[in-house]
Design a protein around this ligand. Sequence first.
Ligand code: HPA
Length: 273
Amino acid sequence: MIDLNFKYKTLLDFLKNEAPFVPELSIILGSGLGDFAEQLQLHKSISTADIPGYPASTVVGHKGKIHFAEYQNKKIILFQGRIHFYEGYNITDCILPVLISYKLRTKYLLLTNAAGGINKNFIPGDLMLTTSLNGIMIKKELTKLIGLANLRGKNNFLHLPDNDFNNLIKSAAQSENIKLQEGVYWYTKGPTYETPAEIRFFEKFGADAVGMSTVHEAVYSSYLGIKTAAISVITNYAAGISNQKLSHSEVTETADRVKDTFARLIKAVINAL
Ligand code: HPA
């Protein structure tokens, strides 16, 4: 088991020192969703490049900023850009936003991502609340952080996502008249998109949507006792669901098209906390 307090001591001390307040909510913004930061009152913004030991994001649409922000008197830490396993980073790097949120004593973590839609009732632009987060291989990686002894025989995080938090998100969507799909998210490492046969495989395993992030962040956060939920923007039909070729630009374009609805939902969620 890796001692993260030791490995990231300088980084964590730096951020504890910089943090202007204790954030109640932490939000990680997924691919193409970074513009949401502009919707909040920003108290302090830090470039991750200026944080000692923070990994550099290599993905287009991930800005690499941490914001301390406020909306309706709620204090928020906002990660504009995430660290993906497919970028070659270790699991210890991928969960850094979660670890930072925990060290700053955040109560809630809202994970957002772009995902490919597998469920035939989903269309690109839909928002989906995850009812279950899955990824056998990535969860195995977490033993390095959580320790085998703490995981063996446990109920595989059946309490994830947090039920009360999910209900709060559903009510927030209703109050704003926003259509919110619900579904099962499956992690795939990427960085390439899937083949149609891989998507049929995921479909057989109960997936409504597929993406390259979130599951490990959610499991670790839930393990640390943070109330955790995740919202996907369905940016495209998953491979083979339509004949169209997948591209990262389609992902960021769809995310951009629905950014106002996405922002309305997240603001309503913040309001309801
Ligand atoms: N597959 C995997 N990850 C994704 C997709 C997809 O189709 N769309 C956005 N992220």
